[in-house]
Write a protein that binds this ligand. Structure first.
Ligand code: AMP
Length: 429
């Protein structure tokens, strides 16, 4: 087949009607959980000042260095499509005076993000995220609760083989010293590092721990570990997070190499993967990521505020739901009634009848563009309707309508003004 002249931009995709049920299912579960835990929904513009991300996410991160869609407006503003939500949510928190409301403030979001990455399976240039942020709370109980919320959402979506990994990356007290130790260690082994890690050694040494390249694995394995170099406060905080996780029975692994790609994290970081723990790291799929970010609000111009949050990639969940063949509650949205009409008067009456069904919240399919009964009944068959309602010229004049059981072929005739109630009864059976 020849390629059409216009296509979706590379790495982006349409969300067609048959895909929407996945987004809806996820949205419904997430918004229920958000309500339960007292999170308010927030939407922010898709575009933000570029500086918000270079400052908030960090100049040395892949996201800011390579992955932003940036533009200059006619008025001379530099804007970028949001590559993630935390910096915009913090901007909105500060700008809208939410720091003055009772704390902690809990917010959640659901919408698209943009990253100019090399498209591949599970990696897109436009992808949807939902996330939860708690601002104004420093207690480790929140870190554990965020992990719990994300774990529960994935469980509620019936995803299997979930692996939670946690680590602490310290704070401005202990991390600089650890980074120095790490840089010294890797510098003496620089010749054996991969090309990317040689660069990371100068720009962002922690990211070497994140490297998936074969070459760097044996060197990483011997590197000093941050958990041995946390300051007292970070150590205690992390210990308590783990105790809470034990208490709420969330299974987790400690992963000393987990550092996350964004600069704003302090103390706890975590990710949730899908895969089995025996399998190679590269075959796992990262579903959710987050952590604590106690310095970000101040960095973006607000008061000193502790915070913690996380995000999930929605397409990745949907791909997993499909591969694990998780059904999407089609039953509730299935249309069980088809309304067929014959002739001008019937068509007019059918329009009115369709409205009555809509008000009664009963789904009814139709095909008003078709005139032959045969074509309409074959459509009813195709969509799997249990009943066809047939409104012919004669029935219309007599204010009656035929109910046909599509399976048995049995027909009965009822008064037009009784048909909604009658169908409600039948559907309940
Ligand atoms: P991050 O903001 O990088 O921590 O990502 C959080 C989650 O978003 C990841 O665990 C993925 O599920 C998802 N994600 C990140 N980048 C992409 C991408 N390019 N395409 C699809 N999903 C992504």
């Amino acid at each position: 087949m020849r390629k059409p002249k216009f296509q979706c931009p590379t790495g982006m995709h349409d969300i067609l009607p048959e895909e929407q049920k996945y987004y809806k299912k996820i949205y419904d579960i997430v918004s229920d959980i958000a309500d339960f835990y007292g999170f308010g929904k927030i939407d922010t513009p898709i575009l933000e000042e570029t500086e918000l991300f270079s400052k908030g996410v960090g100049l040395a991160t892949d996201i800011v260095k390579k992955q932003m869609y940036s533009l200059k407006t006619k008025g001379g503003d530099f804007l970028s499509l949001r590559p993630e939500w935390t910096a915009p949510v913090v901007r909105a928190y500060i700008e809208n005076g939410m720091q003055n409301l009772p704390q902690p403030l809990k917010l959640w979001y659901f919408g698209p993000c943009y990253r100019y990455e090399r498209p591949q399976a599970n990696r897109y240039r436009q992808f949807w995220q939902f996330g939860f942020e708690v601002l104004g709370e420093k207690s480790p109980v929140i870190d554990a609760q965020i992990i719990q919320i994300f774990y529960n959402i994935l469980r509620e979506l019936k995803l299997k083989n979930l692996i939670v990994e946690v680590n602490s990356i310290g704070d401005s007290n202990c991390r600089p010293y650890y980074k120095k130790l790490l840089a010294n260690y890797f510098r003496t082994r620089e010749a054996s590092l991969c090309v990317d890690c040689k660069k990371r050694l100068r720009e962002n040494v922690l990211r070497i721990l994140d490297c998936k390249g074969e070459k760097c694995q044996p060197i990483k394995a011997e590197a000093p570990q941050i958990l041995d170099h946390l300051c007292e406060e970070c150590h205690l905080h992390f210990k308590e997070v783990l105790e809470f996780l034990d208490e709420i029975e969330i299974p987790y692994n400690l992963n000393p190499y987990l550092v996350r790609g964004l600069d704003y994290y302090t103390k706890t970081v975590f990710e949730i993967f899908s895969g089995s723990s025996e399998k190679k790291e590269s075959s796992r799929i990262a579903l959710a990521g987050g952590g604590r970010y106690d310095k970000l609000v101040k960095l973006l111009g607000g008061k000193e505020t502790s915070a913690c949050g996380a995000a999930i990639g929605i397409e990745r969940i949907i791909n997993l739901m499909k591969s694990q063949q998780i059904k999407q509650g089609d039953k509730e949205t299935e249309t069980q009634i088809f309304l067929a009409q014959l002739g001008g008067l019937s068509k007019r009456k059918s329009l009115k009848l369709l409205e009555d069904f809509r008000k009664a919240k009963i789904r009814v399919a139709e095909s008003f563009g078709r005139d032959s009964l045969k074509a309409q009944l074959s459509r009813a068959d195709k969509i799997g309707a249990r009943y066809a309602l047939i409104l012919g010229q004669k029935e219309s004049l007599e204010e009656m309508i035929i109910i046909r059981n599509m399976k048995s072929g049995k027909q009965e005739i009822v008064k037009l003004n009784r048909v909604v109630a009658e169908m409600r009864k039948k559907l309940k059976k």
